[in-house]
Design a protein around this ligand. Sequence first.
Ligand code: HEM
Length: 158
Amino acid sequence: MQTTTAVVQWVVRLTGITQVVLGLLFWTDRALTLVPLHMAIGLTFVVGVWTLAGLAARAGGRPGLALLAALWGVVVLALGITQGRLLPGPAHWVVELLHLLVGIVAMVLAARLGAHVRGRRVAHPASSGPGGAAQASETVGAAGSRTGVPPARPAESS
Ligand code: HEM
């Protein structure tokens, strides 16, 4: 699950950055022939966000974040497909800005989901392979040191 999460996170990062670069080109009236490519990459990006949401839901711990990201993916897609028809005229820049911001928020949510899933390894050390037991004792040790009980001191010589 960790490797899958890392791979999907990279897909989301790379497609997200590509979307911003292409979008900025469109904004300045360049590379408009690449709009279909932008839409296809956008779909890949959203599928990546949904996959991360599914992985996070499976890992447990933050169901609200997973649900929000899944719904946000729908918003990214819906806004991307319809934005050309929304608010036509001089106020269309509002839709363009919203489209960019919605995409950036999706990237942030994806990063949080990825960090959450990968952080769960410490919470479930037994399921993470041979190193698990060592991590488990490390975690317990770290928690124990927060109990306020001072470590035993060696006997002082008089
Ligand atoms: C991370 C996700 C995305 C980012 C950061 C992003 C960014 C941008 C930016 C900055 C623009 C230029 C300003 C504008 O016209 O709004 C743009 C244009 C556009 N985007 Fe996206 N986008 C994303 C996803 C999508 C998706 C999923 C779709 C559709 C499925 C889509 C479809 C479009 C279209 C149709 C345009 C208008 C191009 C034109 O000027 O004709 N985008 N995008």
